[in-house]
Structures are given as C-alpha cells and as structure tokens.
Design a protein. Sequence first.
Length: 342
Amino acid sequence: MESIVQQIAAYRQEISEYQVDGAASLEAYRIKFLGTKGIVKGLFGEMKSVPNEQKKDFGAILNEFKTFAESKYEEWKAAISATEEKGSSIDLTLPGDPMPLGSRHPISLVRNEIVSIFRRLGFSVAEGPEIEDDWHNFTALNLPENHPARDMQDTFYLNQGPDWLLRTHTSNVQVREMEKGKLPIRVVCPGRVYRNETISARAHCFFHQVEGLYIDEHVSFADLKQTLYFFVQEMFGKDVKVRFRPSYFPFTEPSAEMDISCLLCNGDGCNVCKHTGWVEILGCGMVHPQLLENSGIDSNKYTGFAFGMGIERITMLKYQINDLRLFSENDVRFLRQFNAAL
C-alpha cells in the first residue's frame, strides 16, 4: 500500500505542474487521468490488493485524489470556455453581413409587367380554378360536345369523370366573371394552363396565359385594336410594327390574330419568324353573342372584346430566349440573368 500511496503523491505533483494551453491539451489530460482507461480508474482497481484493515484509509486517499483531479479538469475547462467566449464575442455596432438576393423568374417578371400595363387601362385581375368542369372550360365558350375545335386542345381529364379536367386556357375565368352579372366587366386573367403536348423547345405540357375581357355598351373592334396597340408599344417599344390577320375562334366573332415585327431580326427574316419578319403573339376578337347569352348577359345591349396570349412567348421575344424548356428546369445559371430586371 505504501508504494501505491507514493505513486498517488507523484501523480498529484504531476497534475499540479500540468500545463493546459487549449482544448487539445485539456482533452489529453482527461484521457490520461479521468478516462475509462485512465490513471484514476486504474488506481481504484488496486483496491483489491490492499489488506482489508487498510481499505478504509486507502479509499479515503483515492477519493481525495479523484476529487483533486476532477476539480483541476473543471477549472481548466471553465477557463478555456471563458477565453473562447471572449474571443468570439459579437460586436453589435458592426454592420450586418449582406444577404445575397435571389431573382424573380422571368415568367413572373413578364406576367407582372403585362398585368401592370393593363391595370393602367382600368383592367383588374381575376383568377379561377386550375381544375375545371367541362361547362366553364368548353361548353360555355361555344364548344359543345364533339365540336371540332376541341381537337385543337389535347386535354388532361381527371379520374373523377369526363366532366373534370385541367383547364386548357384561362378563358374559364372569363366565363365565371360573366356569370357574376356585374357589368361592365374589364379584367385580365393570368394563370397556368395544361395541354397534353410533347415537350420541346417550342411546346410544353404546361404553360402560362393572360387573357383579357371587356364587356360594356358600345364596345367595338376599334376599342380592341387601340387597347392592343397600347399594350405592344408599352411592352416592346414604339418602333414595333403590328398587323392583324383574320382568324377563327369559336368564342369570338369576328376573330383575329395579332402579329408583331420580329424582334430578333428586325423584320428581315430569321428562323424564329420563319423568314416572314412577323411573329404571332396573341389571338383576339369580339365576344360571340352566344357566350353573352350563355352567361345571362343581353347580347342586344352589351358587346365586348377578348384576347389571349401565352406569357412564355412574350417572354421569349422580350428576352430573346430560344428554348421554352429553360423556364421549368430551375437552372440557377439561367435564372440569375434576370437579377437586373428586378
């Protein structure tokens, strides 16, 4: 026992002279003296070789040494923690770290710009459901069952039944606005639409539209043309040329498609405009009298015009983007280009 007591005294002297200058040396101390295979644990293992009449005295010596070793450890640990906290204190008088800004999606930028232009003409924004019934998406728009114009729109039908589908245009919102019976109506209807098309550089199974509707007394085609002239000049500039071509839509009569001079080649002809110098951007026309009657509006008293455009097409022309798929791939390298447009 005497030799063990002398050894404990030597360990005590070693601890008293131990130099702790950081977390690494403190951890080395803990492992050497207080670890599961450390010196303190080993000394307690010597208890079995001590005679019974000396166990009490030896135990007191061991407990006192253990307490000494642990107190030194806690003392050094507290000192290191205080030093680290002092060194890492935050100066609240310094300016904060700048947060990097994200960017708006180009579709959102152009959608907001389109809506802003028509707001200046007195149009309000109306929205409706993306899951729609057959009446509001087709029949109320003068497309009854088996109408050939339905073949122009490859529709996603839902399992609930043939009368429910993902809307193929935002014209369903126009029908719902007309059904409210609050005249006059002057709204634009932005939103996402769905069609079962093969995905390519020029087509996608989902895209975005903005459709407009104006119904009041004495509304004419001249009102429609001046509204769209204003839109094009505000969106693309004063130098863009515009032309209207006769067309057919079951929900307007007369109907037209609106072209602008190609922004990529300045009307000289390129692959985008198919060497014609013109690019079609929207369809429009006077609201068919049957649509007014379907919604309970007197077609003898009220007239109106409607138009619809794809936001992706406007965006591609405005920012000279040649692949529609870029809008939905979430490539941050592509999206960061539009930071300056915020």
